[in-house]
Design a protein around this ligand. Structure first.
Ligand SMILES: [Zn+2]
Length: 314
């Protein structure tokens, strides 16, 4: 959504609130006590009341905004900023744009939005044929004992392992792109932070959660992937470094683009929050053909974790 359209649609706090109510109604307001979807709207109190058990649900309750004192307008502008460009904004920049005096609530709001983007993408599993690889992202561990010496390479406190899975299928070679031997088209992508080391014990369950059984998985011959053959059509191959970008083009592009974006915008990434930053990057990439990402994020935002109804529309 362009910025002029944004301010035409949401000129003030009331218009943001009304749209939020409308999005909640479209997705279905669910009673936290009895799970019923039938409610009365109590106009005076601006709350829903469950027709079954009379439990009251406020406008923000059960959504990403639950317990937030920030205005709807703050949330909407932040959702817009986090979805309107291919890159991103840091919480510091958002705080400056909003003119808010405290950093912490703005930082929390931005992370909550990134986190519901991830929850939304978790509803999908990858299928048909995927590329799989892992990458290392530079992070800081703010809880690390500063006297403890840093380890090098894999397992170091400064690097966090990310498992990357991308639907990728061969497309017919046209005259124009015949020079690329492995022309592949990207489908849906997932990037998952692996905490606690580098082993098949940690990798296998993540792949099982993210990928449909019997999917063809292309990867290198790392022993960390040796259990994938149990559930999938795993086709590992020894990949010389110079061919990696040809054989697994999309996972490599995703890793290098995400790293560049994170460094540009956030400079230092705390390892506890790397997954959230990746959620936002992946959410936007997966919806690269949508023209209005704001609405896609708002759908994710009204459906907080407990409230998913099973139906998905992107
Ligand atoms: Zn109820």
């Amino acid at each position: 959504m362009r910025i002029l359209d944004f301010f035409k649609r949401f000129p003030d706090e009331e218009s943001c609130k009304q749209e939020f109510i409308q999005f909640r109604l479209n997705e279905g307001v669910k009673c936290k006590r009895c799970n019923s979807l039938d409610h009365y709207w109590k106009k005076k109190r601006e709350q829903w009341q469950c027709k079954e058990c009379r439990f009251q649900t406020t406008i923000k309750s059960g959504t990403v905004m639950e317990n937030s004192k920030l205005s709807f307008q703050y949330w909407f502008i932040t959702i817009h900023l986090l979805s309107c460009t291919k890159k991103s904004f840091s919480a510091k920049e958002i705080q400056r744009e909003l003119g808010h005096n405290r950093y912490q609530p703005i930082w929390e709001m931005a992370h909550k939005i990134r986190s519901v983007m991830g929850l939304r993408d978790d509803l999908y599993t990858l299928k048909n044929e995927i590329e799989l690889d892992d990458g290392f992202f530079e992070t800081v561990d703010i809880r690390r004992d500063p006297n403890e010496p840093l380890k090098r390479g894999r397992g170091s406190q400064r690097q966090t392992t990310v498992l990357v899975m991308a639907e990728s299928r061969e497309v017919e070679l046209t005259e124009r792109n015949k020079k690329y031997k492995h022309q592949k088209k990207l489908g849906f992508l997932k990037m998952k932070v692996i905490t606690g080391g580098f082993s098949k014990k940690l990798f296998t369950p993540r792949v099982n959660q993210s990928v449909d059984p019997d999917t063809i998985i292309k990867s290198d011959g790392s022993t960390s992937y040796s259990e994938l053959k149990d559930n999938f059509n795993h086709q590992p191959e020894t990949i010389p470094k110079k061919d990696a970008e040809k054989i697994l083009p999309w996972v490599h592009k995703a890793i290098s683009n995400a790293k560049r974006m994170l460094l540009d915008v956030h400079h230092r990434i705390d390892d506890d929050f790397l997954q959230n930053y990746l959620n936002a990057y992946v959410f936007k990439l997966n919806r690269r053909y949508f023209t209005n990402l704001f609405d896609r994020v708002l759908i994710a935002a009204v459906n907080n974790q407990w409230n998913y109804l099973g139906e998905t529309s992107g």
